[in-house]
Design a protein around this ligand. Structure first.
Ligand code: DQA
Length: 147
């Protein structure tokens, strides 16, 4: 079995740390990689983090995960609320899938309250800042190790 956990990020998350810091904080995607690796490495897993502003590229990464990853942690950004294509791609993946949102989407505009991805996700973390990614990583490792 692959020991790689894919951490996928959707549009505008390349600007994490610079974009609306009052909502998303000042940490960057490099910090996300670091905190997830801090959880994964001692357990013998590795993190592969990707970000794209393009829906089809995220679909392609999910397809790649079918061969190369044991689990997916995904923050699809705004595609969360619109993308049947990302949901369909996730439905082709057999391992654990955790959905993560830095902000508490339920405290925000009504259009952010619905997620297509939640129809597939094994768990959803909202409003934990970037710590949500590390918590999701911890959970997928527990599931994969059967503890
Ligand atoms: C987000 C929430 C989405 O509604 C938004 O479009 C994002 C980021 C979050 O991490 O809180 O881009 O997924």
């Amino acid at each position: 079995m692959s020991k790689t956990i894919y951490v996928l990020n959707g549009p505008n998350l390349n600007l994490l740390g610079k974009r609306e810091p009052e909502i998303y904080g000042s940490d960057t995607l490099a910090d996300v990689t670091r905190i997830c690796t801090d959880v994964a490495a001692p357990a013998g897993f590795e993190i592969a983090l990707f970000q794209s502003n393009h829906e089809g590229e995220i679909v392609d990464q999910i397809h790649a995960a079918r061969e190369n990853a044991c689990a997916i942690v995904i923050n699809p950004g705004a595609y969360t609320h619109t993308s049947v294509a990302i949901l369909d791609a996730l439905n082709t993946f057999e391992g654990p899938v955790f959905e993560c949102h830095i902000s508490n989407v339920h405290k925000r505009e009504a259009f952010r309250h619905h997620s297509y991805v939640s129809l597939r996700a094994d768990g959803v973390l909202v409003g934990f800042g970037i710590e949500g990614y590390a918590l999701a990583t911890r959970r997928v490792i527990s599931l994969l190790k059967g503890v």
